[in-house]
Design a protein around this ligand. Sequence first.
Ligand code: LCS
Length: 404
Amino acid sequence: MDTKNLKFTSKLIHGGGYKSKLGEVNVPIYQSSTFEFESAEEGARCFNGESNGYIYTRLGNPTINVLERTVADLEKGFGGIATSSGMGAVSTIYMALLSKGDHMISSDAVYGPSRGLMEDHFSRFGVESTYVDTSNLEEIKKAIKPNTKVLYIETPANPTISITDLKACSEIAKKHNLLLVVDNTFSSPYLQRPIEFGADVVFHSITKFINGHADVVGGIIVVKEEALYKKIRSMMISMGCNMDPHQAYLVIRGLKTLSLRVERAQENAMKIANWLEKHTKVEWIKYPGLKSHPQHEIAKKQMDGFGSMISFGLKGGLEAGRVMMNNVKLAILAVSLGGVETLIEHPASMTHSKVSAEDKKKAGISDGLVRLAVGIEDVEDIIADLEQALSKVKLWIKDWKIED
Ligand code: LCS
């Protein structure tokens, strides 16, 4: 069946255009590293591109290709490239698009390892990078140099939830002949499709919303146009960071309920954000659905919903964060996001405990920042759990306890 004209959720169920020969309803796991050729001539045709028969799983595999076609279709791109992890997607993109002497502009609030890979490793090969607040377009324009080739943005960003204007960035990129790369992990294609706003390359940590069940690590790149798609695919194959067919099967299964999961989680997130905003122990909150979010209007323009990621700051900083983390019962104290379960983390005492105060400040991470990845549980249970954990946080001014 041609799925091109189906609506989003129907594509999740019937996507990828897999045609069964035996009548099975689910896409089988083609757990084979290699594929037999009918003849030497057919083998030659596969290798020279005249036939699209399968050769070897690092190059392509029927199960993986169903996932690639489905996500490419959801993101409205030419083709998809599944990778072994989100970071596999990041490294493939950097390797394919940047050469010695090139320069990349990225968000200062980008996912830490995406920045670390560039600053610690690609710099060894002569690739330069500059990190700016990409929610401020003037900062992007000021950072452009004659050797700038890529504008790389993450929106909403991890963990600050700051939002960058996709359409404005695509206009800047076109004007200066840059490729626009967007990490769309926090939104999923259900809420945001950056290619519609002019992005050239979009990618996801599939580990998060697309898979949705905290049981797979993976990534996927979607490319708008064929020539660039071929270039990036060939880099992924050479680097060997392909997905495994069994991993792809689990993701295809998880992806089927993406709309339902995201709808429910963001409905919960909106209620929790409204509750947290009024909480006496909460100093600030960043959720794109709240009018108080500095880029609320941009979020409304480019997202079909506000997602389920919330950052908030606790009065009482580091110690308050630690106490809250040690008292949650339903919310799971763990990194990652985008699954059916609510996860909570406190970067200052956990992921960023060894990061210098200056670097934390640059990344927008204050001591009281808590990141909440809202799941699909009953919202009353999530709020009750957060409330009991917050009730253990004592606020003090010098020697005086001011609040329970
Ligand atoms: N991009 C974003 C925005 C991410 O949040 C992550 C992982 C990645 C890329 C990398 O994907 P991975 O290789 O892990 O599949 N984010 C994580 C997080 O916030 N906590 O743990 C991992």
